[in-house]
Design a protein around this ligand. Sequence first.
Ligand SMILES: CSC[C@@H](O)[C@@H](O)C(=O)COP(=O)(O)O
Ligand SMILES: [Zn+2]
Length: 217
Amino acid sequence: MSSFEHITLEQKQQAFAELREVKELFASRGWFPGTSGNLSVRVGDFDPEQFYFAITASGKDKTVNTPEDYLLVDKQGKACEKTNLRPSAETLIHCEIYRLTGAGAIFHIHSVFNNVISEYFWNRGSVPVDGVELIKGLNIWEEEAHIEIPIVSNYADIPRIVPEVTERLQAGVPGILLRKHGIYAWGANAFEAKRHIESFEFIFEYVYRLELLKKGL
Ligand SMILES: CSC[C@@H](O)[C@@H](O)C(=O)COP(=O)(O)O
Ligand SMILES: [Zn+2]
């Protein structure tokens, strides 16, 4: 456990309430199949040397609410308080994204579209997207913007994924795909991270459908 005395009970409860709101919304969209997905929001100021965030507990069914769904962890992903809960198995990915971006919230979901697209473009290493209006939902405002959404390997051993995330995080888009796994998206706060996840999912479905049409399917 690490020192987090400056984090107030009110801040912690506010973070848990934000996570619950997003969790309920994403659950209603079917974005947590089979207990998958995890959500976190930063609590308190960002300092790369010391920061804290609230994250979903591992293995829970994120489509239901229980009195024990979230916990507070430090920048190494260690629980700050004594608890029986385990932080998400993917907490180290959250730690690395916070460390490198100073984000305020990070959301991870699994969908058929993000899985299919990650596999389809795997050999290219990224998903190319041209001129779709929802690119603006990612806070990219250029006329006829072209973006490349990075795709990294997926391993059962999460620490193996982290260096690939480190390497690909500078792609200029607030998200990263894990191959045949799901999307991680982040933002300055929960509102922005939610907008980014929604924009990515729209884009993945658009790309998927367009590729089918191009093939006459
Ligand atoms: C049960 S399948 C999904 C998990 O392996 C994992 O990818 C995931 O997103 C959820 O893990 P969790 O430890 O509950 O945060
Ligand atoms: Zn996952």
